[in-house]
Design a protein around this ligand. Structure first.
Ligand code: ZN
Length: 70
């Protein structure tokens, strides 16, 4: 299903444009009218944010549940 290849060991995330190593950073997301902060891999050079496919597709449903619990 996923187009991503999982590799063993630590993964060196890098920006497709800059070839810079991505670093974890806080990112504001807007979802269902709510704003919340998550930590995602970002490019320090161009600000590219890598959003994992599972977050973009399925995990958002879990995030919504967490918000409703509060
Ligand atoms: Zn970049």
């Amino acid at each position: 299903m996923s187009q991503m290849k999982m590799t063993d060991g630590p993964v060196d995330w890098e920006c497709g444009q800059c070839k810079k190593k991505l670093s974890p950073g806080k990112v504001n997301l807007d979802y269902m009218g709510s704003r919340f902060t998550v930590e995602l891999m970002t490019c320090p050079d161009c600000g590219f944010v890598y959003i994992p496919e599972d977050l973009a597709m399925g995990k958002m449903a879990e995030v919504e549940l967490i918000l409703e619990d509060k």
